[in-house]
Design a protein around this ligand. Structure first.
Ligand code: CTP
Length: 153
């Protein structure tokens, strides 16, 4: 019988940490199903993405290691998804360690190590720093500082 693995995530600004996690999860079984958080669900979680849900689910669903991408709309859908898709393994990155242990009643639960040094939050922050208006603000601050320093010359 086929062994199906399930995971969930936002996958904003898809990066190497996402790819590595999905490839490692897929290697635990024969099929990988990925729940991609909708924009409405992210709002509940207090997360604002750069890339909209329709694009994020299309990107994740197009990966060779992903067999099916489904919407993640709330915290409560996991048990229903596990039963509906006959899931053998539920897996997340280690930042979620212990958070889904109650699912052990329904399938195997694993937490895999995160890839160091990369996250959507970090990329979002970098983009903000590079934003034109932010660079303008920094330049104005620098001009102000040099005009103050000049007074003490
Ligand atoms: N993940 C990972 N390694 C990373 C970043 C994420 O293994 N460097 C995993 C997470 O543990 C999670 C999945 O990828 O199981 C989806 O995570 P997501 O929250 O979408 O990615 P992050 O980059 O952590 O996003 P954010 O910074 O917005 O939380």
């Amino acid at each position: 019988m086929q062994k199906t693995v399930l995971t969930y995530g936002t996958f904003d600004l898809f990066h190497i940490g996402h790819l590595s996690l999905l490839q490692r999860l897929r290697a635990l079984g024969d099929r990988l199903i990925v729940g991609v958080s909708t924009d409405e669900f992210n709002e509940i979680k207090g997360k604002k993405t750069v890339v909209p849900f329709s694009d994020r689910i299309e990107i994740v669903g197009a990966l060779r290691c992903v067999d099916l991408a489904i919407p993640e709309e709330n915290w409560e859908q996991k048990v229903g998804d596990i039963q509906r898709h006959n899931i053998a393994v539920f897996g997340m990155g280690s930042d979620w360690e212990g958070r889904f242990d109650e699912l052990k009643l329904h399938c195997e639960v694993v937490y895999l190590p995160r890839t160091e040094g990369v996250s959507s939050t970090h990329i979002r922050k970098t983009l903000k720093v590079l934003d034109r208006s932010h660079v303008r603000e920094l330049k104005q601050a620098l001009d102000l500082i040099s005009s103050i320093v000049e007074r003490f010359d």
